[in-house]
Design a protein around this ligand. Structure first.
Ligand code: SF4
Length: 228
């Protein structure tokens, strides 16, 4: 299946949510700064994503082969049981906003710019999910990301980018030698339609993580994934 680029994702900062999350009072001087940066960012941001529908051509005890690329992940193998396709993706806040953020040096501005980039990335992910629902009939989407868990370490980025071809040419996201992505506010992984909601956070026991999306389930790996 061909690679598809989504580069027309709208970005509007939800100021109510932003003030609550950052604990900045809207009627303060910092609140004025938030509104000024939000206005700038909304004019500049071009969140985007690239994805490809990939067929599952083989499965083993702890791997899945997507097209001709073997992904060693017990969790992906179990979660994709019964499916014949998944979606490989990279999404990003976009280089436009990243470059804009690099021009801010004040500590508060840097923090705010970072938080705005995070929300632009979320807009790209939401745009991607909406597109897959509307055009590929893909419901109940869940994510698996290389580097989130030991099961699929960060080196898996090379395989993932291999499935998508020239990601930098498509949406400007570059993979570094240590498998990190530039811009930092980018996300890569596999999206799949799950019968039951799945999140890597359910298997991650990190005690404090600001991005946690689901509670840790200490029994889940043993009961669902180990040697299944
Ligand atoms: S809890 Fe945090 S570190 Fe762990 S998988 Fe979720 S987002 Fe990643």
């Amino acid at each position: 299946m061909p690679v598809k680029i989504l580069d027309k994702v709208q970005f509007r900062l939800d100021l109510k949510e932003f003030f609550q999350a950052t604990r900045i009072r809207p009627d303060s001087q910092d609140g004025d700064r938030v509104r000024a940066l939000a206005k700038e960012a909304e004019g500049i941001a071009r969140p985007k994503a690239v994805f490809r529908e990939v067929l599952i051509v083989d499965r083993g005890q702890s791997f899945v082969t997507l097209d001709s690329i073997k992904i060693n992940s017990q969790i992906l193998r179990v979660n994709s049981q019964g499916l014949d396709r998944v979606f490989a993706y990279v999404a990003s806040c976009g280089m436009e906003l990243f470059n804009w953020a690099q021009g801010h040096f004040d500590m508060l501005d840097r923090y705010l710019a970072d938080s705005i980039m995070e929300r632009a990335l979320n807009s790209a992910l939401k745009g991607l999910e909406d597109y897959l629902r509307d055009n590929f009939n893909a419901d109940r989407l869940s994510y698996i990301n290389p580097g989130s868990l030991e099961d699929w370490p960060i080196e898996g980025q090379a395989d993932l980018f291999g499935l998508l071809g020239d990601v930098e040419g498509a949406i400007g996201v570059r993979l570094t030698e240590s498998y990190l992505m530039l811009p930092f506010k980018s996300s890569s992984g596999i999206l799949f339609s799950a019968e039951k909601d799945y999140s890597s956070c359910m298997l991650c026991d990190r005690p404090t993580c600001p991005n946690r999306r689901a509670a840790y389930d200490s029994k889940l790996y043993e009961t669902k994934y180990r040697d299944s």
